[in-house]
Design a binder for this molecule. Sequence first.
Ligand SMILES: *Cc1c(COP(=O)(O)O)cnc(C)c1O
Length: 228
Amino acid sequence: MDYIVQNLNEINKEITEIAKNVDRQPEDAKLLAVSKTKPVEDIQAAYDAGQRMFGENRIQELEVKVDQLPSDIEWHLIGHLQGNKAVKAVKLAAYIHSVDSVKLLNRLERLAGENGTKPKILLEINVSGEASKFGMEEEAEVLEFAKAAVACQHLELVGLMTMAPFGADDNELRSVFAGLRKLRDKIEQEFNVTLPELSMGMSSDYKIAIEEGSTMVRIGTAIFGKRN
Ligand SMILES: *Cc1c(COP(=O)(O)O)cnc(C)c1O
């Protein structure tokens, strides 16, 4: 499992360089190691090399791994969350990146209240490649969503998350990532809140994401190798 440590070192170095090149603080671009489908041994190897933030996309898998791995790991849920799994999510995850509807938001708010936890959440937003396509209607909808999230007592809204469209070219990626950043700025202004986190960028596009302001790059394959 030496390759995991090697990959981690290389990516951390890359992140630092990319950030410096655009005058950002390297520590503001955090590496979330996406360990979905990978065995606990792989995660332990990354942990032993100093990695503490890990991302999973399935609750059942997260549950097993939380049990078997060190308790100071910060677990991030990044995959679509079904309503019936929400109760486990508020117990197990420090961050939920994939809050994608008002309905899920309300459910999480209620369950976190009952559970006495206060998970950090990010709103998952679908940003289209062409900036012009993010019409008024969609923006109004996102602002409504954000308004509901800001009002939550038991969830801490920390930012926005997006997945770039599959197969997008560099120009499109840049405009998607910049679009999410602008949306974040707009929400901050509109509701007088601070949203420090932009969760964007994966193995193949994290460079552009950091250049456009990503604070959390979600990287799986480039650390742990291909998934089956
Ligand atoms: C799997 C996954 C990633 C990591 O993708 P890689 O291409 O392996 O780096 C990032 N974000 C989400 C939401 C994922 O499901």
